[in-house]
Write a new protein. Structure first.
Length: 242
């Protein structure tokens, strides 16, 4: 229950709204309209008035509802006040909601930018991983073979040497060659067949040349065959002819 002492409302002008037509006529003989007063003194009380009441030509006015009790008026005033408070609160909520929507749109744009950046970084990481795998693969190849750099004029000057002297010069002339590859060349020189099949060692040289070395204890010279189609060293192999 709402006590009258707890309500403090200021006097306000009547707020009128059309509800329905009444059965009575105004001073002009026109059916009066039924309106509802939302004034502070008579909130929600219906009354009859001339339909063109805004022109203030006809002074007809009559209350349709009986006057409410003080308690009823107090309750209605409280409801009106609560409604006004809720309307203000709703307005503030709408304003805050609009601000939040703007912030949300900004965050969504930032999120899309971060997603795009993340995708680009993942692509970069994937590319780096592929490069790393290629580097590992190339390093393994380098460890299992030797890229030999020869000067063509130097190789030509050794063309007249015997096989053992040539292999010795080849081994001694390899700068930066891994010990593993030097050992492999020494094995080739030591295990060349004394008769029968001819040991053939093919060295593919980085650059524009390759040399085919023919070696055996009976050979007095080493033949060299230029092959300009080879562009890089891929392997060093020994083939024993049948």
């Amino acid at each position: 229950m709402v006590s009258s002492g707890s309500i403090e409302l200021k006097e306000a002008s009547p707020i009128l709204s059309t509800v329905s037509r009444g059965d009575k006529e105004c001073h002009h003989g026109v059916k009066a309209v039924m309106l509802t007063s939302w004034s502070e003194k008579n909130p929600g009380r219906k009354f009859l008035q001339w339909k063109f009441w805004k022109d203030d030509d006809c002074k007809y006015f009559e209350w349709y509802d009986n006057e409410d009790t003080k308690h009823t008026k107090d309750v209605i005033r409280c409801l009106i006040k609560e409604k006004e408070g809720l309307a203000k609160e709703l307005k503030l909520i709408k304003e805050k909601n609009e601000i939040l929507l703007v912030k949300l749109s900004t965050f969504e744009d930032k999120l899309e930018a971060l997603k795009l950046r993340n995708d680009n970084m993942e692509k970069e990481i994937m590319g780096m991983r592929l490069q790393l795998e290629d580097a590992k693969s190339n390093w393994n190849k380098i460890c299992s073979m030797k890229v030999v750099h020869f000067d063509h004029a130097y190789m030509s000057s050794l063309a007249e040497a015997d096989s053992s002297a040539f292999l010795h010069a080849l081994v001694m002339g390899l700068l930066g060659v891994e010990m593993m590859m030097i050992a492999a060349l020494l094995v080739v020189a030591q295990h060349a067949p004394s008769s029968g099949p001819l040991a053939q060692m093919v060295v593919k040289i980085e650059g524009q040349y390759s040399c085919t070395l023919l070696s055996s204890p009976q050979a007095d010279k080493v033949e060299m065959v230029r092959n300009p189609s080879v562009l890089m060293v891929s392997q060093i192999v020994m083939i024993v002819a049948q």
